[in-house]
Design a protein around this ligand. Structure first.
Ligand SMILES: *[C@@H]1O[C@H](CO)[C@@H](O)[C@H](O)[C@H]1NC(C)=O
Ligand SMILES: *[C@@H]1O[C@H](CO)[C@@H](O)[C@H](O)[C@H]1NC(C)=O
Length: 397
C-alpha cells in the first residue's frame, strides 16, 4: 500500500510530455526533467510511457527525473501501479538518472468525518486523528498546535510539531526511498510549515538531493512589480537555511521577474542594483532551481502562466545562466559543451529597456529582447549557436 497524502483535484499535481514544453530546471548542478502535467493520468499508463523515453531523456542531458506524487487520490489521477512505478524507477537508474519523488507533506485529505461531520480523520497506513491537524484553520477543527507556517485552505494542514506525525512521516519517506527507490524529494508547499521540520526529514532520509516549493507573491507597488525583489528571494533563502542549507528551492523570484521583463519589454529588470541576476540565482546559485513553467503554473491549471510566445526566451535565459525537444536541444547542448553549471560566472553586459545581454564563464554570450547586441570581437571570436524570437546565443570559437 502506498500512503495516501492527497485527494481532491487541487491537491494533485501532475505533468505530461505531450504538451508544449519540457519542464526543465537546474538543481545543484543537476538538470531536472519535470515529467508530468495535469493531464498525464489520461493515458492510464504514464509510468510505462516514461519508461520508453528514459534513454532519450538521458541522452538529451537530463540527470534527474521528477516523477508525479506516488499517492492515491480522490480525483481521477493515476499513472500505473506500484510494480510499474518500481519498474520505471529501475529503468531510469539503468540509464544513469536519479529520481525525485514528489511529496506533499503540508496537507492531506481525510478519509473520515469527526462527530461534527468535518473531514479530519485519516485512514490508510498513517491513520491519524484530529491531533495531527493544525488548530488555526477553523474549517477542519484540528486539535494540534497552531501551524508553523501558512495554511493551504483546501485540505487539513498537518501539524508537524507532533512527535507521532514526524515519526510516521519519516518512516513513510524511508519506505519510499528503500522500497520504491527514490533518490530525493520535490517538497510541495513548504511555506506551510517550519523549515526545521524539513531538516529533520532530510536528516532521517539522507536524500541525494531535495528541492522545496516556496512560492509566494513578489513585491508590487500600486500593481507594478518592484524592480527590487530582495525581500522575496530572501524568504526563499531563509527557508533553505532553516532546512539546513542542503536542499535547493525553486527560483520563483526569477520566474516572476522574467514574466515582467519579457512581457513588457523591461529587460533592465534582469540586473539587480549590484549588477547581479535579480533572483535567487544571483545570491545563491548553487541552491537555485530555475524553471519557467510547471504543472501548476502552466498546463491546464494555468495558475501563473509564462507569457505566451516568450517561452524560448525564458529557456535561453535559464539554460545559459548558472524543452520541445528540438529547440531546447540546441540550448542544452551549448550548456553541456561549455560546461555551464550552477556556480557559473555571469557578467551582465546590458540590462536596458529592450535588451538584456550577458556573458557566462567567458564562453557563452546571449541576449534577450528586440534591441541590438553583438558580443565584442577582440580577445574572443564568437560563433553563432542558435536564435529565435527575441533571443540569440553565441559561443567562443
Ligand atoms: C505541540 O503540542 C504538543 C502536545 O499536543 C506539545 O507536547 C508540544 O510541545 C507542542 N509543540 C509546540 C512546538 O508547540
Ligand atoms: C579569430 O579568428 C581569426 C580569423 O579566423 C584568427 O586569425 C584569430 O586568431 C582568431 N582570434 C582568436 C582570439 O581566436
Amino acid at each position: 500500500m502506498i500512503f495516501v497524502f492527497y485527494c481532491k483535484k487541487y491537491c494533485l499535481k501532475w505533468l505530461s510530455m505531450y504538451h508544449a514544453f519540457f519542464f526543465l530546471s537546474l538543481l545543484l548542478c543537476y538538470r531536472i526533467f519535470d515529467c508530468f502535467n495535469w493531464e498525464s493520468h489520461k493515458s492510464g499508463r504514464w509510468y510505462m510511457e516514461l519508461k520508453e523515453k528514459a534513454t532519450e531523456l538521458s541522452s538529451l542531458g537530463f540527470s534527474v527525473i521528477w516523477l508525479p506524487p506516488p499517492t492515491e487520490s480522490v480525483s481521477p489521477e493515476g499513472y500505473g501501479n506500484i510494480d510499474e512505478l518500481k519498474d520505471v524507477v529501475n529503468k531510469f537508474h539503468d540509464v544513469g538518472m536519479k529520481i525525485l519523488g514528489d511529496v506533499v507533506l503540508n496537507h492531506r485529505c481525510a478519509h473520515y468525518q469527526n462527530q461534527n461531520g468535518v473531514w479530519n480523520i485519516f485512514g490508510g497506513r498513517l491513520n491519524w486523528d484530529d491531533r495531527a491537524v493544525v488548530a488555526d484553520d477553523p474549517h477542519f477543527q484540528g486539535q494540534g498546535n497552531k501551524s508553523s507556517g501558512d495554511n493551504f485552505h483546501a485540505a487539513p494542514n498537518i501539524d508537524h510539531s507532533q512527535d507521532f506525525v514526524r515519526k510516521d512521516i519519516k518512516e513513510w519517506l524511508c519506505w519510499l526511498r528503500n522500497e520504491i527507490g527514490y533518490d530525493g524529494w520535490r517538497l510541495d508547499f513548504v511555506r506551510g510549515f517550519w523549515g526545521g521540520y524539513v531538516k529533520d526529514y532530510l536528516e532521517a532520509t539522507e536524500p541525494y538531493f531535495a528541492v522545496g516549493e516556496y512560492w509566494d507573491s513578489l513585491s508590487y507597488t500600486y500593481g507594478e512589480m518592484d524592480h527590487n525583489q530582495d525581500a522575496h528571494r530572501q524568504r526563499i533563502i531563509d527557508w533553505i537555511n532553516a532546512a539546513s542549507g542542503t536542499a535547493g528551492a525553486f527560483d520563483v523570484t526569477t520566474k516572476g521577474i522574467l514574466h515582467s521583463a519579457l512581457d513588457r519589454c523591461e529587460y533592465w529588470r534582469l540586473s539587480d542594483e549590484k549588477g547581479k541576476p535579480p533572483g535567487v540565482v544571483g545570491w545563491w546559485p548553487s541552491r537555485a532551481v530555475t524553471f519557467i513553467e510547471n504543472h501548476d503554473t502552466g498546463s491546464t491549471q494555468g495558475h501563473w502562466r509564462f507569457p505566451g510566445g516568450r517561452e524560448m526566451q525564458g529557456y535561453a535565459y535559464i539554460l545559459t545562466h548558472p524543452g520541445t525537444p528540438s529547440e531546447i536541444e540546441a540550448l542544452l547542448s551549448v550548456r553541456k559543451r561549455n560546461k555551464i553549471h550552477c556556480r557559473s560566472r555571469v557578467e551582465i553586459v546590458k540590462a536596458e529597456r529592450d535588451v538584456y545581454a550577458a556573458i557566462i564563464d567567458e564562453k557563452v554570450a546571449m541576449k534577450l529582447g528586440p534591441g541590438h547586441y553583438e558580443p565584442p570581437s577582440g580577445s574572443q571570436n564568437w560563433s553563432f549557436v542558435t536564435e529565435g524570437r527575441d533571443y540569440k546565443v553565441w559561443e567562443a570559437a
